[in-house]
Design a protein around this ligand. Structure first.
Ligand code: KIV
Ligand code: NA
Length: 266
């Protein structure tokens, strides 16, 4: 199948195709995702929690992400591989460029970073140097200490206004894709309606341009943490791992996932 490219993301959005994204960290699963309707694989720093067993993503290293990116890239032909900049790998634009270069050389086609603020300069710096960037706003897990836990973001007028402004700013800085995590559905819908770039939701309601879930969560594995409301076990319906991935892709595409049950009210 023809590989998904960065410019395809806007084309697919325009065509009304919901972007289907899952996290993945190894070749075995990556091959199954590549063949069953997934458009983008995120080599997420969630690997700190689901692979390494930590309580947060903060200890994940640049080498960890580069290693897992190479594992995923070796087994995929169609999906666009997005590699996560781990905690403080984007503390300066120069550091982010070094890490991103390693990820692209390992086979990624895009990198993701959390936040706006000073990160806007980093987004601009990377994009000017031919590194495609996915932004990530809302519940940014690398902010867990400041947030005091994994909590819904963007509630209340001031927080919602800040999120709307940040969403426009990351696109202005050159990001080509925007993940919105754990924000009220109505706010994610408003942002998606005005966003120049496609949005991908996780706990952000049904109106984003695409969806992402952590692979282990959508296969019903016990994470050792309280299961967030936006998770659905697709292995239960899918009957097999390939079936679960296909069921997820179909559900995102036909709008049967996520529902209000998987979403947050304002
Ligand atoms: O690391 C990750 O898995 C993520 C997604 C939850 C968006 O950043
Ligand atoms: Na992440």
């Amino acid at each position: 199948a023809k590989p998904v490219t960065v410019p395809d993301l806007a084309v697919l959005r325009e065509a009304g195709h919901k972007l289907v994204m899952l996290t993945c960290y190894d070749a075995g699963f990556a091959r199954t995702l590549d063949a069953n309707g997934v458009d983008l694989i995120l080599v997420g720093d969630s690997l700190g929690m689901v692979v390494q067993g930590a309580d947060s993503t903060l200890a994940v290293t640049i080498d960890d992400i580069a290693y897992h990116t190479a594992c995923v890239a070796a087994a995929t032909q169609r999906v666009l591989v997005v590699a996560d900049l781990p905690f403080q790998a984007d503390a300066t634009p120069e550091r982010a460029l070094d890490a991103s270069t390693a990820f692209l050389q390992a086979g990624a086609g895009m990198v993701k970073l959390e936040g706006a603020g000073h990160k806007l300069d980093t987004i601009r710096y990377l994009v000017e140097r031919e590194i495609p960037v996915c932004a990530h706003l809302g519940l940014t897990p690398q902010s867990v200490l400041r947030f005091g836990g994994f909590k819904v973001q963007g509630r209340g007028d001031a927080a919602a206004e800040k999120l709307r402004a940040d969403a426009l700013a990351v696109a202005e800085a050159g990001a080509a894709l925007l993940v919105l995590e754990a924000v009220p559905s109505a706010l994610a819908a408003e942002i998606t309606a005005v966003s120049p770039i496609p949005t991908i939701g996780i706990g952000a309601g049904p109106d984003c341009d695409g969806q992402v879930l952590v692979l282990h969560d959508m296969l019903g594995l016990d994470s050792g943490h309280r299961r967030p409301r936006f998770v659905r076990d697709f292995l239960a319906d899918g009957g097999s791992i390939a079936g679960a991935v296909r069921a997820y892709a179909d559900a995102v595409q036909n709008g049967s996932f996520p529902t209000a049950d998987h979403s947050y009210a304002a």
